[in-house]
Design a protein around this ligand. Structure first.
Ligand SMILES: NC(=O)c1ccc[n+]([C@@H]2O[C@H](COP(=O)([O-])OP(=O)(O)OC[C@H]3O[C@@H](n4cnc5c(N)ncnc54)[C@H](O)[C@@H]3O)[C@@H](O)[C@H]2O)c1
Length: 352
């Protein structure tokens, strides 16, 4: 089978993990890299042995010798670049979130259906070894109906600055950036129930706390702490049509003792903690059991999950697998995220 010829659009911080994973996949030929910053694109092209670089993604998409693209740009550009890529006949792996609004998401979905090309939403957490292991237990009915989930991703100091902190380019703060991962993870493991209503709160109390010294955190390639108009904390209660509910909170900064990542789901026959470490909770012979699956990665591991995500995308491009995170899952998530922002702004529950 011939190799998939791949280009990466957006050569900032997260592109490194995409590029490393493509480089390690024997079915990939990495051909081009594009960034508004030409020097950045050239640097990455040298490092990862891509022969061509671009500063205008439209020129890249005009090249018929490219089969598929990863989109690793600011959230604001995801819809526009995804649609253009699909229309140019390319398969697309689009970083999360799919885009900024439900309207944009529906346009991307329409382009997928119109062109027949693939679009995988970059829900990398689904590809964690802990998640895929748990999936087998859930699919075998061992947790029963999952009716409650609870997830927190709290950074005490971690506003990535630059475009992440500029609502116009990002679509929001920790909710759209971090919440998208943990809400999606719970929703996916709960069997993707249809959302019924959301009640959310968002706060801008602490700013980005750029005065704090001696603590490192993830930063945008063009880190700039001068602008920050996004929330620093959000929480929400999400209700689903099947009666299940999900409680979530996320922060870029908070007076918390330490960072916290917890993702837990509860079913009629058993429960599970996905983060901080995979555990399955059940009962047998009148006794409650906390079961610890013995796997290499009981917690989310960046490079393993990205490698699995990108290997899956390439398998799909070659017709050997079905998309695990199709565009429809991006649309439903935008509905949830936009609903939470709307609820927080209006101070009341939003229903569908
Ligand atoms: N899956 C994950 O865990 C994860 C982690 C971090 C970031 N992300 C996502 O990846 C995307 C990029 O984030 P990042 O941290 O790499 O940001 P970044 O700021 O480090 O890099 C973004 C790059 O995109 C370039 N760019 C922006 N618009 C462009 C355009 N129209 N054409 C070409 N290049 C363009 C910028 O010049 C910059 O180099 C975001 O959508 C973010 O949400 C995902």
């Amino acid at each position: 089978m011939s190799k998939v010829r791949v280009a990466v659009i957006g050569a900032g911080s997260i592109s490194n993990v995409h590029l490393t994973a493509y480089a390690a996949n024997p079915n990939v030929e990495l051909v081009a890299i594009c960034d508004l910053n030409g020097e950045r694109a050239k640097g990455k092209a040298e490092q990862y042995k891509a022969s061509r670089t671009f500063t205008d993604y439209k020129e890249l998409l005009a090249d018929p010798n490219i089969d598929a693209v990863s989109i690793c740009t600011w959230n604001k550009t995801h819809a526009e670049i995804s649609i253009a890529a699909l229309e140019a006949g390319k398969h697309v792996l689009c970083e999360k979130p799919l885009c900024k609004t439900v309207e944009e998401a529906l346009k991307v979905q329409d382009a997928v259906r119109r062109t027949g090309k693939l679009l995988q939403v970059g829900y990398v957490r689904r590809f964690g070894q802990n998640v895929q292991t748990l999936r087998k237990f859930i699919d075998a009915g061992e947790l029963g109906d999952i009716y409650y989930a609870k997830a927190s991703c709290l950074r005490r100091l971690g506003n990535p600055g630059g475009w992440f902190a500029d609502g116009e380019r990002s679509g929001g703060g920790p909710l759209i950036d971090l919440g998208v991962h943990i809400i999606d993870l719970c929703w996916y493991l709960m069997g993707k129930p249809k959302v019924k209503s959301v009640s959310g709160n968002s706060y801008r109390k602490l700013g980005n706390r750029k005065h704090i010294d001696n603590l490192a955190f993830y930063k945008a390639a063009d880190y700039d702490a001068d602008k920050n108009d996004v929330e620093d904390l959000a929480n929400a209660l999400i209700r689903f049509e099947n009666g299940a509910s999900l409680f979530v909170d996320v922060s870029f900064t908070l007076h918390a003792k330490k960072d916290e990542l917890t993702v837990k789901i509860y079913g009629e026959n058993g429960g599970a903690e996905i983060e901080p470490e995979l555990q399955i909770i059940t009962e047998k012979h009148q006794t409650i059991l906390n079961v610890t699956p013995q796997i290499d990665q009981p917690s989310f591991e960046f490079q393993q999950a990205f490698q699995a995500e990108i290997n899956h995308f390439i398998d799909c491009c070659q017709g050997n697998a079905e998309l695990l995170s199709p565009v429809e899952d991006g649309v439903e998530m935008l509905k949830i995220l936009s609903g939470i922002y709307q609820s927080a702004a209006e101070g009341k529950e939003v229903e569908w």
